[in-house]
Each structure stands twice: as C-alpha cells, then as structure tokens.
Design a protein around this ligand. Structure first.
Ligand SMILES: Nc1nc2c(ncn2[C@@H]2O[C@H](COP(=O)(O)OP(=O)(O)OP(=O)(O)O)[C@@H](O)[C@H]2O)c(=O)[nH]1
Ligand SMILES: [Mg+2]
Length: 277
C-alpha cells in the first residue's frame, strides 16, 4: 500500500488549487534519474484539465540510454515532455515555446490586444530542481522563489520573456514513501532526507543495483570483478579506499553513496525501463 502523507498532501493540494485559476500550464518537474519515483500521481487530479508539461530535470546526471525511453513512455501516456538540465542549460530554450503551444488553445484572446505571456506553475517533489529551473530561466536569483510557506504577501509573477511568466511560489508535492524501492531511490537522489533510511541499507541497495545494472562502473571505480557477494564487494571497496577498522562496512557504503551523488560512478538512472526490442 502506498500512502501520500495525507495531511501534507491536503495542504499541497490546497496551495496549488488556490493559484490554479491564474495558471495556463503546469510544469511538472521530474528527476530524470528517478522518473517514476519522483512523480506524484495525485497531481493529475489536482490540476484537472490544465495542460501539463513534464520536464525531466537533471538530464546530465541520468543515464543517456534510459532518458529517451522515459521520454517516450511519458509522451505515450499523453503528456508533453522535455528533457532538460538547468545547470548545463540543455533544452531550456524550448520550454517557453512548448508551453505556449500547450496553453495556446486555452488562453482567452482579447480582441485588439497583444497576446499576454503564458503563465506557468512549477510543481514537483522536493529537490527535483524547481528553484534552479526558475532561476536559470529568469537569468537571476529570483529571490522570492524560496519563500517560506504561510507568508502572506502579494503573489509575484516572474517574467521570463514576452512569452512566459512563472508564478513565484512553486507547488511542492509530497513524495510517496512507504514503498521501499521508491523511498530508497528518493533517499539516494536527495529528495528525502537520508536519515529516513539507514545508510547501511541505502548503500547495500545501491551496490546490489550497481552490480545488476552498472557492473562496469564498479569495476572501473573500485576494481570489482563480477560474481562477488555483497560482503566481498564492500570489503574490496573498503580496501581500495584504505578503510579499516570495526566500522569499515558502513564507511565503505557511505563512500559509494557519495560517489554516486558526485557522479563518480557515471550517469545512473535508478528507475529502469528495460528495452524490449
Ligand atoms: N546537474 C543538475 N543539478 C541540478 C539541476 N537542477 C537542480 N540541480 C541540483 O539539485 C539540487 C536541488 O535543486 P533545487 O532547485 O534547490 O530543488 P527544489 O526543487 O527547488 O527543492 P526544494 O526547494 O527543496 O523543493 C541542487 O543541488 C541543484 O544544484 C539540473 O538540472 N542539473
Ligand atoms: Mg526550491
């Protein structure tokens, strides 16, 4: 059973519903490393018939062979999708025109007046890159972006260009947590605090995953050959990093987690689509 932190979700729903009448299109940010785990299926029910643009963020961190498969799957399910990276700038310039295309049909045109910019809400679970995307699109530190919840003030629109405006309050959604795989993937990618799950468990999951999907990365980084047990792998990692002592096991696992986070194991997608053809 998956639950969604009903209390928190109710608040997120209210916040998004409050601004929805002002919005032409919703940007749903999804971490390209975890395109399934980092989505919140309740969003569709909240935004109803508002057009949605799914943005697969942090593309430069994700496995480039997996991302197009996810892109295709999301599009096949009926959503417009762009693969972006707010740090490298990849595809960022496409966002405004695609948003305009999506919103175009639904935007009321006032006769004799110029088209107004498309108004978008940036939604997503924590850490998917909402603030980074807004700042990158606006070309400045749009200070109000990190506004704390509950602060009453006039809503501000951040003008990106004559085509696009963003609402400065991102729609923060809550991740699902009681699915163990999802929780692990979200902890590894930083969407939830890693204290939620013990480091040992996280690290063991990561190594098992790497062993199954990216054995070459384990070999290259730590000299680990295929076919070893988990324990033997951790021992080798500890040895290759000069770690000894009673707590070698946990320390070695923390190193692997950090290496994953710092891209030292390469570009990795945790949620997998296996190629069928
Ligand atoms: N490589 C890469 N890193 C990114 C990208 N977008 C965000 N990040 C990093 O991801 C982390 C979280 O980014 P934020 O923009 O703070 O995420 P957020 O969704 O605003 O997070 P909350 O405000 O906590 O909900 C930061 O360390 C960013 O530098 C991206 O497109 N590429
Ligand atoms: Mg933020």
């Amino acid at each position: 059973m998956i639950h969604w932190f009903p209390g928190h979700m109710a608040k997120a729903r209210k916040e998004i519903e409050k601004v929805l009448p002002l919005i032409d299109v919703v940007f749903e940010l999804v971490d390209a490393r975890v395109p399934d785990s980092s989505r919140n299926p309740m969003l569709a029910g909240i935004i109803k018939d508002k057009p949605r643009l799914v943005l697969l963020t942090k593309a430069t961190l994700a496995d480039p062979t997996q991302t197009p498969l996810w892109e295709r799957r999301i599009r096949a399910a009926g959503d417009e999708v762009l693969v972006v990276d707010a740090v490298s700038g990849e595809n960022m310039k496409k966002i405004a025109p695609v948003a305009r295309g999506l919103a175009g049909a639904k935007m009321k045109k006032v006769p004799g007046m110029k088209d107004r910019p498309v108004r978008a809400l940036v939604a997503g679970i924590p850490n998917v890159g909402k603030s980074t995307l807004i700042n990158r699109l606006s070309g400045r530190r749009a200070a109000a972006v990190g506004a704390k919840p509950g602060v009453t003030r006039a809503q501000q629109w951040i003008r990106i260009n004559p085509e696009l405006e963003l609402l400065d309050t991102p729609g923060v959604l809550w991740p699902k947590l009681d699915d163990q795989v999802v929780a692990t993937h979200l902890a590894l990618t930083g969407a939830i605090k890693s204290e939620v799950l013990p480091q040992i468990e996280l690290g063991e999951c990561l190594i098992n995953f790497m062993n199954a999907h990216y054995p070459a990365a384990l070999k290259e980084r730590y000299g680990i050959e295929a076919g070893l047990s988990l324990e033997a792998i951790v021992r080798r990692i500890a040895k290759s990093r000069g770690i000894a002592g009673d707590d070698y096991y946990e320390r070695a696992l923390v190193i692997v987690i950090n290496d994953f986070n710092n891209l030292r194991l390469g570009r990795i997608t945790l949620d997998r689509i296996e190629k069928t053809n």
